[in-house]
Design a protein around this ligand. Structure first.
Ligand SMILES: NC(=O)c1ccc[n+]([C@@H]2O[C@H](COP(=O)([O-])OP(=O)(O)OC[C@H]3O[C@@H](n4cnc5c(N)ncnc54)[C@H](OP(=O)(O)O)[C@@H]3O)[C@@H](O)[C@H]2O)c1
Length: 325
């Protein structure tokens, strides 16, 4: 088969579409013939040599895919050859075939095109596990999503809105109209406006009950300032650095909490539990059309370098997909 290899870490040109050995299904794994994968920000770090795959994961990038089951390993139940699926991966999505632990497979939701289904698993699992399972976002609460135009952000807007929350987002202004169409109640241009002031203004001083943050250090103090009493800040990205000072007094006075999580390095059983939760609670919303995959564009997998350049420029909204054949 062919896969995107990274012979030497570097810029987008480091991605090389090359012949590699086919994967074999281990016990509890299935082989998926990949129809599409999606570019995640983490893939850019992996390409640069800063985010190696966890032990046991395929060497090739790609944290999600859609495709067709072509083989099943020992002890796999509930999945059959020929079934259309999408999957959460620890790596290896940028390939014609990938071995996937069966617990990380999801059926393609009704009404979703097989290629577009590749846009769903990573965003659905990340957003649901943090915003719902961890932070417990409730109906009538306010959710602030940083980077509303990202793959993660466009999913969070839709899920938060579907759950009856008011969703506020930060994004560059060129993306605002699209994000409001997805359900964002208020859009903040983080380059022109102070998001703390804006959140306070539009919530009548209440603040955000839950914040889904991708910036990390550069936003920590301001995120705590934007939280409501009892608010929950969940950090899932460190685009603005990893080290910052935290004013525990400010947190304590609000009885607020800060958490940080990563999906890729979780143990298999935890990933399977998240996938189960997504299948039970999120997939019906997708099948009903309440949540849709947000696809900026599709590019051939051999053009992964062009896809990385696009995601690096941040001119995309939602997901950039890579298709085989
Ligand atoms: N921890 C986990 O398990 C996990 C899982 C998946 C993703 N993530 C993280 O989630 C983030 C989004 O991932 P993705 O693949 O969806 O990325 P993506 O599509 O490449 O989006 C990155 C976004 O960052 C936004 N951004 C840049 N500077 C900003 C700022 N100062 N304030 C607000 N937004 C800003 C950009 O928005 P503009 O174009 O509007 O500037 C862009 O939409 C990444 O940091 C990724 O590492 C974490």
């Amino acid at each position: 088969m062919r896969a995107i290899t990274i012979p030497k870490p570097g810029g987008p040109e480091a991605l090389v579409w090359a012949e590699v050995p086919d994967p074999e299904p281990g016990p509890g794994e299935v082989i998926v013939d990949v129809r599409a994968s999606a570019v995640n920000r983490a893939d850019l770090l992996q390409r640069q040599g800063h985010y190696p795959p966890p032990p046991g994961a395929p060497a090739y990038p790609g944290l999600e895919c859609s495709g067709v089951v072509s083989a099943t390993g020992r002890d796999v139940t509930g999945w059959a050859v020929g079934q259309q699926v999408c999957a959460l991966l620890a790596g290896g999505g940028y390939a014609e075939r990938v071995a996937v632990p069966a617990g990380q497979l999801l059926p393609v939701p009704a009404g979703v095109d097989l290629v577009d289904a590749a846009a769903l698993p990573e965003a659905a699992c990340t957003v649901w596990s943090n915003v719902v399972r961890l932070a417990g976002l409730g109906r009538g609460e306010t959710l602030l999503v940083h980077g509303g135009g990202s793959g993660i952000g466009t999913f969070a807007i839709q899920l938060g809105t579907a759950l009856g929350a008011t969703v506020l987002v930060t994004a560059r202004s060129a993306k605002h109209e699209r994000l409001r169409a997805l359900g964002a109640a208020h859009t903040i241009d983080y380059r022109e406006q102070d998001f703390v002031e804006e959140v306070r203004r539009v919530t009548d001083g209440h603040g955000a009950d839950v914040i889904l943050d991708i910036m990390g250090a550069s936003y920590l103090g301001r995120n705590v300032a934007a939280l409501a009493d009892g608010g929950r800040l969940v950090v899932i990205g460190m685009q603005g650095g990893r080290k910052a000072e935290l004013d525990l007094g400010a947190l304590l006075a609000k009885r607020a909490s800060v958490a940080a999580t990563a999906l890729r390095s979780r143990p298999l059983d935890d990933k399977a539990a998240i996938v189960d939760g997504v299948r039970e609670q999120v997939w019906p919303l997708v099948a009903a059309g309440t949540i849709r995959p947000v696809v900026d564009r599709r590019l051939p997998m051999a053009d992964a370098a062009a896809a990385h350049r696009l995601v690096e420029s941040s001119d995309h909204i939602g997901k950039v997909l890579l298709t085989t054949g």
